[in-house]
Structures are given as C-alpha cells and as structure tokens.
Design a protein around this ligand. Sequence first.
Ligand SMILES: Cc1cc2nc3c(=O)[nH]c(=O)nc-3n(C[C@H](O)[C@H](O)[C@H](O)COP(=O)(O)OP(=O)(O)OC[C@H]3O[C@@H](n4cnc5c(N)ncnc54)[C@H](O)[C@@H]3O)c2cc1C
Length: 797
Amino acid sequence: MTDLPAHASVIVIGGGIMGCSTLYHLAEMGVGDAILLERNKLTSGTTWHSAAQVRALRHSRNLTRMIRYSIDLYSRLERETGQSTGWIGKGSLSIATTPDRLTHIRRQEALAHAFGVEAESISPGEAKERWPLMNADDVLGAVWSPDDGRVGPSDVSAALVKAARERGAGLFEDVRVTGILTENGRVRGVETTQGVVMCEAVAVCAGLWSREVAAMAGARAPLLACEHFYLLTGPVEGIDGNMATLSDHDGRLYIRDDSGGLLIGCFEPLGKPIPPGELGGNFAFDLLPEDWDHFEPMMVNALHRLPVLETAEARMLLNGPESFTPDGMFMLGETAETRGLFLGCGMNSVGIASGGGAGMNLAHCIVHGRTAYDLSEADAMRFAPVFDRVEHLMARAPEILGTHYEIAYPGRQLATARDLRRLPLDAEHRAAGAHMGQFYGWERPLWFGKAAEPVLRFDRPDWFEAVQGEVMAAHERAAVFDASPFGKIEVEGPGAEAFLQHMCASDMARPPGAATYTAILNARGTYESDLTAQRLTADRYRLFTGAAAIARDLARFRRHAEGFDVRLRDVTEDFAVLGLMGPDSARIAETLGAPELNELGYFRHAHATLAGRPVRAARLSYVGEAGWELTCRPPDATALYGALLEAGAVPAGLHAQTSMRIEKGFAAMGHELDGDIGPVEAGLDRLCSPRKSFVGSEALAERRKTGRRTLATVVLDKLEAEPLGHEPVRFAGRIAGQTTSAAFGYRIGGPLALAHVSGVPDGAEVEVDIAGDRHPGRLRFAPAFDLEGRRMRGAGR
Ligand SMILES: Cc1cc2nc3c(=O)[nH]c(=O)nc-3n(C[C@H](O)[C@H](O)[C@H](O)COP(=O)(O)OP(=O)(O)OC[C@H]3O[C@@H](n4cnc5c(N)ncnc54)[C@H](O)[C@@H]3O)c2cc1C
C-alpha cells in the first residue's frame, strides 16, 4: 500500500456509494489531491448488499433533479471509464389497492409531470400485462414510470473511484480514521491507523458509523441503523430476463427479478433498531441474522401479491443494516458545530439512488460553500440537538423506516420521540385540547378541539371546523397564537448595527424601537433565511427567526462576525412569544392596562406592562390582522396568557396561522423562499435596501436586471378542491409552475395556494392539477386577502 500523504485538501471518510461519489466530484471540480480513507474495502459497509433501486421521482423538485443526475451519471460513467455500472432501466410500476393510495400515486404522477419525469396512469389490466405474475384482483389503478431502473452498487462505486483516481484523487483502503483534529472549532486533520493527515475539510461519508465519526470532531450527526430485509428466491417460472420493479406500497413491498428468481424487499411498519456501537469496526461485507418472525407479515403480503411464491424456493432472507435519520431525509453539508466538517450520510435506504447527485452536491458544498441548488430540506444543521440522544434515535429510526411507503396525508405526524421540547404554555395548551405537532423538537398546537385523533385523509380534514373557528375568532374578535418556538438571537456590541447592515438585505440602521423584517441572502442573492429584528438599544438587537432555522442562522452569523465588535447569543428559551391578533386586540390591551400599545405604529415595538407582566410588544402580524407579538419571560407566560383568554381572546394553532398566512400572501422559508429564490422572484425586493452593500447585494442587483416576480396566489373556483402544495399549475396548455403552500382560506371563503409560476399574466385563469384532476382558478400577483377587506374571491364564487 502506498503511504498516506501528510496533507490533503479534503479527506473523505468512508468508501460506500456516498464517499466514492463525493471523491469523484471533488476530483472533477479540481480538488485533485482529495483522498478517500476506507477502514476495510470499498463498499464493505452497506453499499455492497443494496437492492440498488433507482426511482427518479421524489417529493421535491430538487431531490428529483438530484436523482436524475445520478441516473445520467451512472450511464455516463460506464462510457467514461469502461467499468460497467450495471444500469438496468426497465422502469417501475406502482400499484394502488386503496382509494387513498390511488390518490397518492396520482399526486405523484402529477408531480412527475411538473418535474419533467415521465409517468403515466394505467389500468389494472395494463398493470397485469406488465407484471403477469402479479395477482391484480384488488388493484384499483397503477402508475408506470419508465425512467426508473437499478444499478450494481459495487460496480458504480468502483467506476466512481476509477474516474476519481484518473483525475488525481487517492484511495486508501484498510485505513481507519480514529480521530479528527480540530483547532478553534475548525477541522485541521485526521488521525488514522496509518498516521496523521492534515487537511482543510473532512467529508463524513461513513454510513451508519457517521454519528460516531462526526462526534470525533465534536459535531452531531443524528442517525441510527435499523435492520433492513429482502427475500431472495431460487429461479421462478415466468421470470425471464430483467423486468420492471413492482412497487406494492400498500403491501409495503418492492419486487423485482434477480438472477432468474425474485427479490422481495420491504419497509415494514416498525423497523428493528440497532443500538450504536453494536456493529463494530470489523463489520465488513457482513450481514445480520435472518429474522423470519419479523418478516412474516411481509411474507403474507408477498404471497398475496405473487401466488407463485407458494412454490418458490426461499434462498435467503437478507438482513443488512442501513441508517435512518429523525425525519427520513439524509444529511448533507457543513455541521453547525465544526467548520470544515461536512456530512454526507443518513441515506434512509435511498443512498444508491441519491448517491450520484448527493455526492456532487456535497463536493459542491465543500468547494463552493453551497450546494449546486437548494437542498435545505437535507441541511446537516436542521435537527434540534435533542434528537441526537440515543433513546430518541432508538425510538424514531424504526418508525422512519416504516414511513417510507406511507401515504403522504396532509397533517401526518410522527408518533415516536415526542414531547422532547415543551413550550412554557404546554400544560395550558393540552388542557385546552390542543392537537400537537412537532417542529424542531417543540410540541406546538396545530389546532384546538376536544375531538379524538383525526382520521387522516385527502379530502376535507377533520380539523376543518376547529380551524375555521380559530381563524374567524382572529378575524372578527381576537385570538392568541403561541409563537414561542421562534429561534431568537441577541446581537450585542458596538458593531451590532454595522454587522447587521452587512448580513441583512433591509436597512437595519433604523432607531431603537424599530422592528424590521429582512431577508438574509447568500452570495447568489437568494434566500438563506428571513427574520424579524427588534432594535432594543443602539447596540443591541433581538432577532426572531424560524424555529428550525436557529442552528443554521446562528452558525452563519457567527461565521460572518469576524472583524465586527459583536457578541451573538442564542436566547430562544429565554423568551415566550404570544401573538395577540384580531380587531378586539385593542380593547384587550386597554382592559389589561396597556392602552398606550394602541398608539404603537406598524413595525414598532415597545416595552409595556400587560396584566401586570412586563412584555415587549411589537406591532406586526403574520396573519394579516391587527395586533402585537408579545415577548415575555417564560415564567410570566402563564399569567399573561390566562389574562388574554380571560379578556376574550381564544387560543389558535398553527393550521389557522398557516391558512391566514397564505391568504395574506406571506412567503415562508422552506415553502416559497429558499436558496433558489431571491427577493425579486418572491416580490419582496422593495424590502431590500438599494443603498447599501450587504451579503448578496451584488448578485441581487444582477437579478434585478433580468428577474421577474414568480410568486403568485391562486384562488380555486371549486369549494371542494383540496390543494396541499406541490401541485402543477397549468396555463395555456403547459405546466407553468407549481404550488408551494396551500390551505382553505376561511376569510375569503375558498381554497387557495401560493405558487411560483413563469410566463403567466396577472389575473389569468389557470388550472391546478390535484391528483390528476384539473381545478380551475384565478392567479394574481397579490394576496388573496388584505386588511382593508379586499378579497380576491367573492363570497360564493
Ligand atoms: C437491504 C437494503 C436494501 C437497500 N435497497 C436500496 C435501494 O433499492 N435503493 C437505494 O437507493 N438504496 C438502497 N439501500 C440503501 C443503500 O444501500 C445505502 O443508503 C447506501 O449504500 C449507503 O451508502 P453509504 O456510502 O452512506 O454507507 P456505506 O456503504 O455503509 O459506506 C460507509 C463506509 O464507511 C466506512 N467507515 C466507517 N467508519 C470509518 C472510519 N472510522 N474510517 C474509515 N472508514 C470508515 C465503512 O467501512 C463503510 O465502507 C438499501 C439498503 C439495504 C440495507
């Protein structure tokens, strides 16, 4: 074996699909001295035994784009390197045996069309023709996806490394990383069984061992392995040559040919977690014991779908480990804790399909400081630290495995690892019948009502009336929204103003007492975050950012703070925030002893005493009703909340807030705003200062020259339409865009959605494709509802 170099710009840890792809792309991007360290042999972890299905369609445009990149790469590599990647592009067939599954696959088909992926609804008879061995008696419909296929996972990895080495990159097998060297919170090198290698960046692609590897550098990578099964049979009559993959997700199965027999894989309802440390360093090309008892319910489903199995020889129940994250999405990007430490792990059983594109994006992130396109849903900084605890991972990972084939019902919540973070008013909310949802570990009221747990469905949800009551209370009287999960950051010091002027797109030099909503942009002039800043004194601001954005924003701010005389503090848990909203708020403020709040102008804040409790009241609203966001100390929250309710306000939850936000046309990070969208496209450029220089200002100036607003509102004509977001918007016979967030608008009396579109004139009649049904509606580059009572939708239209 050649000696390790003393230095490499980037060290990739782990020689599975993720490490190989990252190494290849680093080399392709010019990092010719990048090296990969693998403690055993290439692919010896999970990659070698993968079923290696590649399904092009994912729930978001960019994840789909990423996998399509993998597909292109895997076929290109074969030509480039002469090394086969084993690509078999026979397509896939998804069947539905329940009406809701049919809606689900039809929604996916519509999504595929929006993303330019081929997909086509076919009848049960046609499905049977494509898979003659299938029992199609209970099949209601199917979708045919010709772009899908599968690869040879070890072949792909070998081809990637071959091409990387041709570009100068190095591979070192049988070299275990035993430590990561850091200095001042930054990666400096790695310690290995063969000595130390210094470096500028480390990519942790160590599969299910990544949590332990990241911890070597003081960083968190919350993932846990579960046992993962597929059955292999001997030869089966009727299987001749390669066939499409058959996806029977109601039966929790995927089925394909394998060497003249069948491979039947499953995502059972609850996986079997593997405690950390159980699979040690010698676990190479290894498998776990068969577990027929655990597989039995899946076997029953398989026998139902493929009667031919009765007589087939069961050769092996393959049980291999695979890692899962708390939300079912992989982790990609730099960690919040350690600079220069990048994660590319937690692949949630789509590592082969994702590997090509995910490795490209990880390399891009290391080389250019950002992914090639927005992948914030996979951001390595998105998990609350509490999720890294073993007991929560042991509970959550098995559930995540089980959700893989779940129907994507609106409002679905996970059942495990709950109650991790409780709001100061948690007890009050539960006593009032709150139905909770989890966000960044916080339990937040979604809506209030004594009803039993809702039955999930695609048509009008069980919470419809409850949410209607809350919205109308906020519109006609007053409601209280608990906004305590906001991430809160205090920026303090003589350089606070200059620092925020540098970081924020809006003018932050307004005097104390000002509240400013601002975009935080990146060098491309697109959104990294959006937040509201309250200037408390000349040298102190309090920032309110999204609940899940806190780690990412704080890390970003800290990384830009060098050279400014500022201190940054996470004060999220030091304050509760209550939004008192609605026309009756003015009377309530008076009743509770703070009439002066009614004199406070919009986007101003002031200290007040409300119901005898000190608060800071900011006159702004996320729901389009007059009121204040009240910030107080957590111990005061109970008394304040009690007094607000006593004075006539009613509790309102997140569903009400979302519906009102959409009616008001307010864009939200992760929905309308992300790293591919800038203020021009979002229609928010007016809030960005043209008179100062800030991160992203040059790019924004460029975008102004050619960019156009794409964010619009679509109000649907039919009351019974149920848009959920992510539906294609059609105009003039083509797909012109896609919805982002959607809801029933109670103030306007109909369903509506926000959408990004191009080439559609204001006021145009458009159609929204909901599960294959085209729903007419009108598109406006304006909110559906505004305070003056103008509504896009006339009652009863
Ligand atoms: C039964 C089964 C079926 C699957 N089917 C599919 C499918 O159909 N489609 C699909 O897309 N995905 C599928 N997957 C998932 C896919 O195989 C994985 O997501 C993928 O292989 C993970 O790749 P990785 O590179 O992240 O991890 P791994 O392949 O595990 O690679 C990590 C490497 O890191 C090395 N390593 C760990 N610690 C160190 C250290 N300290 N120093 C040096 N090296 C270290 C390990 O030895 C290992 O080789 C399946 C998985 C299983 C188990």
